[in-house]
Design a protein around this ligand. Structure first.
Ligand SMILES: [Zn+2]
Length: 159
């Protein structure tokens, strides 16, 4: 969806550009190790802080969406599982909340696996939490598993 990952990786390679291939691969390898160590340390800090079971970046995103949800008009409940939610430009969004499907016509849930402001407002109108809708991909334990891989030193090929 974005080129952020490739741009980030390009930033790593920018410093190694012009090096022989062995040095280029080594620089990339050791950069990955440093990244995994840093993110592993971040995970330990988040676990010790015990603020949330989700990573801080998602908590910030959800805070912004909660604020946006508070600025929406009160959603209109169409039936037991459907809501119409209007934004400040009077654009209607259809929110569907069933046991097996939670969606919104803004498609944010499909793209990010995090409830949008329309879903948060709809759930708030029936006094339900949106937290069960947040993907487990964003939990600190998933993040920890992602960066739990181990690396090993590479012996010098000339020795
Ligand atoms: Zn939406």
């Amino acid at each position: 969806m974005t080129t952020n990952t490739s741009k980030s990786f390009n930033g790593v390679l920018k410093r190694a550009r012009g090096l022989p291939i062995h040095a280029l691969v080594s620089a990339t390898y050791y950069h990955c190790i440093a990244l995994f160590l840093k993110r592993g340390e971040d995970t330990l800090k988040w676990e010790n802080d015990a603020v949330s079971r989700f990573v801080p970046k998602v908590m910030i995103m959800l805070g912004n969406r909660e604020a946006a949800a508070r600025n929406l008009c009160r959603p209109v409940q169409i039936n037991r599982t459907e809501f119409s939610c209007y934004d400040d430009k009077n654009i209607a969004y259809c929110v569907l909340l069933t046991d097996d499907q939670c969606s919104c016509s803004c498609h944010s849930m499909i793209l990010y696996h995090v409830p949008c402001a329309h879903m948060i407002a709809s759930l708030a109108s029936i006094r339900c939490s949106y937290e069960p809708l947040i993907s487990d991909f964003y939990t600190i334990s998933s993040y920890k598993n992602t960066y739990s891989g181990s690396f090993h030193g590479i012996p010098d090929s000339t020795g």
